[in-house]
Write a protein that binds this ligand. Structure first.
Ligand SMILES: CC(C)(COP(=O)(O)OP(=O)(O)OC[C@H]1O[C@@H](n2cnc3c(N)ncnc32)[C@H](O)[C@@H]1OP(=O)(O)O)[C@@H](O)C(=O)NCCC(=O)NCCS
Length: 178
């Protein structure tokens, strides 16, 4: 499988159906799902459907959320990557890792590399990231990756305000992102 992004410690590649057990472990963990606004996944079938959507989106947009591994032993740590949000016409940076890997800078390392890939290789004009106000770790990752606060606004109609960060071509000219 082709490696799309390589960092000091990480490798990122497309998610495939063979990753279903790993993703089930991730998405069925209540601590992981706590601040995502998504329910805890209860069956492999749900994961298979979600993976199929990811695969379709790789084709449709040329990017997506990518399976992320520690380089040394190809140990699965979670996923990170980009997603087009049609309801906002924005491209979103997202990440989700297994708790045993939290706190070692993995999300920041992946995010910086994904922003670089998004702007330099995909030539995107703007990338956003959205988190629940309570998700301090996620917001900190956005800051450490050089993104700037944009606004408080709901992620879904009728839901509570979330925190929106962004990076765009203008910020890049001042070397502020990644
Ligand atoms: C959010 C998440 C991706 C962060 O991953 P990570 O690899 O631990 O992130 P990093 O180590 O790169 O950075 C985390 C930063 O947040 C800080 N942090 C962690 N918990 C915090 C808290 N409760 N309050 C304030 N800061 C916190 C860390 O100290 C670190 O900052 P520092 O380097 O300045 O000390 C990870 O916790 C996760 O996968 N969570 C579950 C899924 C999720 O919520 N995804 C985001 C949805 S928007």
């Amino acid at each position: 499988m082709k490696i799309l992004i390589e960092t000091e410690r990480l490798l990122l590649r497309k998610i495939t159906l063979d990753d279903k057990e790993k993703l089930f472990r991730l998405h069925s963990d209540p601590d992981v799902q706590k601040y995502t606004g998504e329910p805890i996944v209860e069956s492999i079938g749900e994961i298979e459907k979600a993976i199929q959507i990811r695969i379709n989106n790789y084709e449709k947009y040329g990017y997506g959320r990518w399976a992320t591994f520690l380089k040394n032993e190809m140990q699965f740590v979670g996923w990170a990557g980009l997603a087009y949000l049609p309801e906002f016409d924005e491209i979103d940076l997202g990440y989700r890792f297994l708790p045993e890997f939290w706190g070692s800078g993995i999300a920041t390392e992946a995010s910086r590399a994904i922003l670089t890939y998004g702007f330099d290789k995909l030539k995107l004009k703007k990338i956003i990231a959205i988190a629940m106000k309570e998700n301090k770790a996620s917001i900190r990752v956005m800051e450490k990756a050089g993104m700037e606060f944009e606004k408080f606004a709901p992620y879904e109609p009728g839901s509570e305000d979330a925190v929106w960060y962004y990076c765009d071509q203008k910020l890049l000219t001042t070397n502020k992102c990644y």
